[in-house]
Design a protein around this ligand. Structure first.
Ligand code: NAP
Ligand code: MG
Length: 499
């Protein structure tokens, strides 16, 4: 029997908030336009499976036009010779525009993605903070002098030129702006291709950039199919760098394509991140951290703590606590006041997640809670999956190895630290890892041994614009956020002058 999650007790779907006014055309060279062939594509509300709006569906021709616009804007002295302090001010104005239309951004993000309103608000706050942070280093990023006898030697830190950004659907605007903000702060121009399921906030962002006063062509957005628009942008000879956030499969292909033109890449790919719980941990805090670390955003997080590795002495307490946490989590359309978990982004993606639930059954994983689609009450029409936990999973199971990208936690137990470390690192991914312990030496020791770009001690997955975000192993290449991001969007030139 399906667990009685809180959802099923509620039957009425509350009316969703009206869709804010939002541009639906491609944004190229400072103006909104239709696709070259007039085609459009629907954006669907995944909590209701009802269409929201039609958006222009870009073509290869549109992608080339956007690159041309970005290239011209890069060469235009208005942008190229702009004082770096002024660029910083433009980013601050853009942050102000985002704050001014905060609710519109949040409602659009919620309705196109399926996340809860409070999650959407968190995303948009992060967007504004990212812009503000990058604005701060626009005029503090510069070259150096190097002492060489008899010569005057110095470096210039130059912008790259046209930067392409290909975004996923799970944090549509936040993950786009993570690359766009440093690119613009450091004098590059941008062409963004949002994910086909979630283009709306990127288009509203383009309107905000124009209102902030960015010169035409500095920022362009081309929604459209990855295979056509994405591929054309990535392979275009004028594209200098590609920032890709998405799956490992597509990312590998994009890297190959970019390599043919010897382009820079930043790759933020998938994960299957471990959370290791030691017997001396604060178990109540750990349960909350683990719970939100897998069920936030309905588990559609690249760095979800999706593999729980718990010491055998405390596993019963942790499992019981997680069962209660999961069963108390209210799944509902994002605008419901008590919604704590929203829907999955799309019917197709829900089918993929259901396939993993099937494989868990076949592989004999022990179902602790959840395991089904929610088909009743306020969730009946949408793509909702119960918060799910499997215990006694083994490393040969598909649900242990592969990224599920849904609200599904797989758990196993360990006997000593060596075994815990071995299990934690038993993955082709290396994005994030969590450690719960009160032993400070062990905490640092574990931080050192976990093979991942980020480690949290006594915390869930959490990040800030000023802290670097990078994937090790097959989770990615390059670093976003923090001051490290500046290296991805500038090139170093050396100048040698003989005295
Ligand atoms: P995806 O299927 O790889 O798509 C990502 C983007 O690539 C979309 O905009 C997609 O366009 C585009 N694309 C598809 N084929 C392309 C091609 N041949 N050339 C250029 N672009 C192409 O990923 P997703 O399903 O949207 O997102 C989920 C994945 O993203 C998960 O694996 C997750 O772990 C990862 N992710 C990683 C991070 C991180 O920071 N490491 C953050 C978030 C998500 P269409 O939408 O038109 O297909
Ligand atoms: Mg996809």
């Amino acid at each position: 029997m399906a667990q009685a999650t809180r959802t099923e007790k509620k039957d009425a779907i509350q009316a969703p908030p009206e869709l804010p006014q939002c541009p639906t055309g491609l944004f190229i060279g400072g103006a909104s336009r239709e696709a070259s062939n007039g085609a459009t594509s629907p954006v669907v509300d995944p909590a209701l499976n009802e269409p929201l709006v039609e958006v222009a569906k870009g073509t290869a021709e549109d992608a080339r036009a956007a690159i041309d616009a970005a290239q011209q804007a890069f060469e235009n002295p208005e942008w190229r010779n702009m004082d770096s302090a002024k660029r910083g001010k433009l980013l601050l104005k853009l942050a102000d525009q985002v704050k001014k239309r905060f609710n519109d951004f949040a409602v659009l993000e919620m309705r196109q993605n399926g996340k809860t309103m409070r999650e959407a608000q968190g995303d948009i706050g992060f967007v504004a903070n990212t812009l503000t942070y990058a604005a701060g280093y626009a005029d503090k990023t510069h070259g150096q002098t190097i002492d060489i006898p008899g010569r005057f030697n110095y470096t210039l830190r130059e912008p790259l030129g046209v930067t392409v950004h290909v975004a996923p659907w799970n944090y549509p605007l936040l993950l786009s702006v993570r690359g766009i903000a440093p690119a613009l702060a450091l004098g590059n121009t941008v062409v963004l291709k949002p994910a086909s399921w979630t283009p709306l906030t990127s288009l509203l962002f383009a309107e905000a950039a124009q209102a902030a006063g960015f010169p035409d062509g500095v920022f362009n957005v081309v929604p459209g199919p990855g295979g056509e628009v994405g591929e054309t942008l990535v392979t275009h000879p004028k594209t200098e760098s590609v920032t890709f956030t998405g799956s490992c499969t597509v990312g590998t292909h994009v890297m190959e394509q970019a390599a043919k033109g010897v382009k820079r890449t930043v790759m933020e790919l998938g994960g299957k991140s471990p959370v290791v719980v030691f017997p001396d941990a604060d178990i109540d805090k750990a349960i909350k951290g683990i719970g939100w670390g897998i069920f936030a955003n309905a588990g559609q997080m690249c760095w979800a703590g999706s593999r729980l590795i718990v010491h055998e002495d405390v596993k019963d307490d942790v499992y019981n606590g997680l069962k209660t946490f999961a069963e108390r989590l209210t799944a509902a359309p994002g605008w419901h006041e008590d919604a704590r978990m929203g829907s999955l982004v799309h019917k197709d993606h829900m089918k993929t997640v259901e396939g993993f639930l099937e494989s868990a059954k076949e592989d004999g994983a022990n179902l602790l809670t959840g395991g089904h689609r929610i088909t009743e009450g306020a969730c009946a029409k949408g793509n909702f999956i119960e918060p799910t936990v499997y215990t006694d999973t083994t490393p040969d199971m598909k649900i242990w190895q592969e990224e599920i990208f849904g609200p599904v936690l797989v758990a196993t137990s360990f006997a000593d630290e060596e075994e815990g470390v071995r299990l934690a690192n038993d993955s082709t991914f290396g994005l994030w890892g969590g450690v719960w312990t009160r032993d400070i030496s062990r905490a640092h020791h574990m931080a050192n041994r976990i093979d991942a770009g980020m480690v949290a001690i006594n915390d869930g997955p959490i990040t800030f614009p000023q802290t670097p975000f990078s994937g090790f192993k097959q989770s990615g290449v390059g670093t976003e956020q923090g001051l490290y991001a500046r290296d991805q969007y500038t090139r170093v030139k050396n100048v040698m002058l003989r005295l």
